[in-house]
Design a protein around this ligand. Sequence first.
Ligand SMILES: *Cc1c(COP(=O)(O)O)cnc(C)c1O
Length: 368
Amino acid sequence: MSKPINVTRSSMPGFEEYCEEIRDLWESRWLTNMGAKHQELKKQLEEYQQVEHVTLFTNGHIALETAIEAMDFPEVSEVITTPFTFASTTHAISRNGLVPVFCDVDEDFYCMDPQKIEALITEKTVAIVPVHVYGNMCDDDAIEAIAKKHHLKVIYDAAHAFGAAYKGRSAGALGDASMFSFHATKVFNTIEGGAVCTGDGEMTRRMEDLRNFGFHTPEDGWYAGGNGKMSEFQAAMGLCNMRHLKGEIARRGAAVKRYRERLLGVPGIKLCPEQKDVTPNYAYFPVVFDGYKYDRNQVFELLKAEGIVARKYFYPLINGFACYKDLPTAGEEKTPVARHLAEHVLTLPLFADLTVEDVDRICDIILK
Ligand SMILES: *Cc1c(COP(=O)(O)O)cnc(C)c1O
């Protein structure tokens, strides 16, 4: 059998480059707690994202949970979000004592459908948490207009969107705050890691306290905080990966171009249209099998038999999870577009090292 291909493969610098980056840590013996690497990465990301404040975390989930916590909403307030996402988005809302309200997604880009938001707003609604699914950018203009009209906060789950931009604005610059994940499988990684971008200095100050046990000063605890600090080894990986980011995104783009050449226009196979006004980061390559000679699960099995791992991402929908079944808006049937997607979508392998030959092998299996 030809070599196996996983759905993803982490971007890494050369071994020597990482060793060089962490060398000073053996002198400083400063391994975590906002050391020099942490500060340097924060500064670089503020420049790259063109935002005033970047707060670094040990993972993306804690970043999102802390961002929502720092907004200090009254308990049992409602937060409108999407069921077509990774469980982390919904859990971050729920673990803050807030009530997730599920909004359906649009048919082209699989992001929250702005036309369906207003019907879900009640007097308890305090925020919208949309997700830039697969690196497709949400319709920020429409979402911001609704948020402004109803005095709601917008906190983006931008875990998939690092390196992408909407109308020339980086993903981190949208909404009241945006969260990135720097998990090993994401376009840019710090092994595990995450960040919140915002222009709000007071919110940033609260997040900084919350991620460090709630200490405001070494002798003064203002909050019952947790531990969400990014370590120096994580930040060092980020500093290395930032040097190669542009090239890695370009190589992902080349693989996507080949996928599109092979699969676009095949009856029963649906690809996302290219987004107007968006600079893509080529995070994932979702394909919808609807009326094709093989259904989604058959394509998954065909690929698996050849050592190729695709992913039913996102399946199942979060509004069908046992832990959310008692919510007023639970139930996959209430979000029919998302439900249809979850049953028909497959994300194909995509990473910087994926060659055109690999893509051809995958497409040959799907098209045979
Ligand atoms: C990866 C991911 C997260 C969580 O990030 P971690 O860094 O793994 O904690 C949250 N939301 C979405 C959409 C993700 O893909």
